[in-house]
Design a protein around this ligand. Structure first.
Ligand code: PLP
Length: 412
């Protein structure tokens, strides 16, 4: 008899997207002619930028030639991509991140999920509520929590993100925490709320982490949607963040790579955790070791595609696509506000977080049945998500305009 990992049994089945799919298919079966518009799932809808496609085609040709063929790549990722990321994502903003502090991967989800392996079993962890579930579930799988009770796991510190704090918690709330968190997951622009953190708010977290010798795991997957001047694109815009933060980046929403798969993680030199004997242990060599042992890199073709995101044409084309999604978000936000709803997000994010002043699943059903529009009930992202729905701006303009007309009839 092989014993199974008991921790998996603690994971509260993620009913969210299964339950949504179930309700949508039941509604479609009962109403075969209904033209359902999906503003629920966070996948992009627009094709890759032409500059990216051309670069990938050239890379395929390389792979077809004896002289230019690439097999296993360098373990951290190709220098051509790491150097572009260091230059355009960091140096251009006055941030000092070297190419050898950047680790290319097949996306931020894996890295956000795998990073916890670098830390001891008994580290204390804080997450936002509502939250991108990967931060929570990967620590549950690793055995760092107790059982789930009423939607929260024993042993995790939940930082409530609600209207009272503008959906950005302050480290001050940890003054009364049962245990000081060693790791804090922060995600800005946020999934699901669409909220962004100001420089002062992030600096407060960095100052707290340095004081407490804690580490911030900063997810910047939606950084490319930031348009408001002064909002940090990277945690490393804050003074001292190199000493206390790891950052995750993704080309998924930046450049439509949800299917192509590429992202990267920044682990600065000098960032340390502590061994049982109190000596400092550098995390960058540990992450190198972890990745070289368990990961064989994103493909050459993919990395050439990602490199093209930084070319003048690629940058302009990907920015135009994000502007298009942001215009969708603006149209929906204005329409909902004019119907009397309080809406967060959408200005620097593809997500709108709508206060529905009631049960989130009931509101989901009202929109599904009354407007044939699929959204995501906030309760699926955590206890503090109850009372909200998430609307995504990833869709065609025609669908967005049609959804707005239907909202006016169904919830106006
Ligand atoms: N982080 C956040 C907050 C996300 O919302 C997502 C995807 O939806 C990811 C990470 C995963 O990105 P990737 O496609 O690079 O794995």
């Amino acid at each position: 008899m092989v014993k199974a990992n008991e921790n998996y049994r603690k994971i509260q089945a993620s009913y969210l997207f299964t339950e949504i799919a179930h309700r949508v298919s039941a509604h479609q079966a009962a109403n075969p002619d209904a033209k359902i518009i999906r503003l629920g799932i966070g996948d992009v809808t627009e094709p890759l930028a032409p500059a990216v496609v051309e670069a990938m085609h050239r890379a395929v040709d390389d792979e077809a030639s004896r002289d230019k063929f690439h097999g296993y790549g360098p373990e951290q990722g190709y220098a051509f991509l790491r150097e572009k990321a260091a230059e355009f994502d960091f140096a251009s903003r006055g941030i000092s991140i070297a190419a050898d502090e950047i680790f290319i991967s097949d996306g931020a989800k894996c890295d956000c999920g795998n990073i916890q392996e670098l830390f001891a079993q008994d580290v204390a962890i804080a997450v936002g509520d509502p939250v991108y579930p990967v931060y929570v579930d990967t620590n549950v799988m690793a055995g760092r929590t107790g059982a789930n009770d009423g939607g929260r796991y024993a042993g995790l510190e939940y930082l409530t993100c609600d209207a009272s704090n503008g959906f950005v918690p302050s480290p001050d709330v940890l003054k009364d925490a049962a245990r000081k968190p060693d790791l804090v997951y922060l995600c800005y622009p946020n999934n699901p709320t669409g909220a962004v953190a100001t420089k002062e708010q992030l600096q407060a977290w960095v100052d707290w982490a340095r004081r407490e010798k804690s580490i911030i795991l900063f997810d910047a997957a939606y950084e490319a949607f930031i348009r408001t001047p002064g909002i940090p694109h990277s945690i490393y815009e804050c003074q001292g963040a190199r000493e206390c933060a790891i950052e995750f980046r993704s080309y998924s929403k930046t450049a439509g790579f949800t299917g192509v798969r590429c992202g990267y993680t920044v682990v600065p030199k000098g960032l340390v955790a502590y061994a049982a004997d109190g000596s400092a242990v550098e995390l960058r060599p540990m992450w190198t070791r972890r990745q070289t042992t368990k990961f064989n890199g994103a493909s050459y073709i993919t990395q050439r595609g990602a490199e093209a995101v930084y070319s003048p044409e690629g940058a302009a084309q990907t920015k135009a696509t994000i502007d298009f999604y942001l215009e969708n978000a603006k149209l929906v936000k204005e329409a909902l506000k004019s119907l009397g709803y309080v809406v967060t997000g959408g200005d620097d994010s593809p997500y709108l977080w709508v206060d529905v002043k009631g049960d989130s699943w009931e509101f989901f059903d009202r929109l599904l049945k009354g407007a044939n529009v699929v959204t995501t009930p906030g309760a699926g992202f955590g206890r503090a998500g109850e009372g909200y729905i998430r609307i995504s701006a990833f869709n065609s303009r025609a669908n967005v305009l049609e959804a707005i007309e239907r909202f006016k009839k169904a919830i106006g």
